[in-house]
Design a protein around this ligand. Sequence first.
Ligand code: ZN
Length: 174
Amino acid sequence: MTDMSHPANTESPAVAEVVKALRSAIPLLAAPERIGTIRADASRHTAGLAIDIMLNSRAAYEKYLADEIIEALVDMQSDIGWHDILYTDWNPDGTPFHFSIPGSRIYQGDLLKKNKNKDEALGRKHENHVHIDWVDFSLRLKGNNVLVYDWPPDAMKKGFGQKLFERLAFVSRE
Ligand SMILES: [Zn+2]
């Protein structure tokens, strides 16, 4: 697996390009605390394979932005290669619909559709942010909590940034 290894504490190319496009297209997301990638918790985030976009599903404008971003990511999945998205919709009766959108057969459920997240606790954690990841569980580096996972080919995708930027450049309303 060494041929697929990657630098520690570094965003994979696909993660870096999505973050750059989002920050340029949507002024609200230019604030550093709005988008998180690397963190030291031996997770897919540590591996540089995941993005958290802090947009609260209970706040109308933030939810609107999140929905626009998710729609663009779904439409461009073949360019961007992401494997899973987690977020929350709200039913008319005020109950949450915690969902996952699989972009890869690595995850269960209908591809590129909102599937109910059966993990209640995990769902609740994704009411205040959109999570996007490129993880492949078969690439777990056993005992390595710094690199954590090798980067799958999908995480090496590049060249979609301009298209994503153009898709989202006019959604901001403030
Ligand atoms: Zn996350």
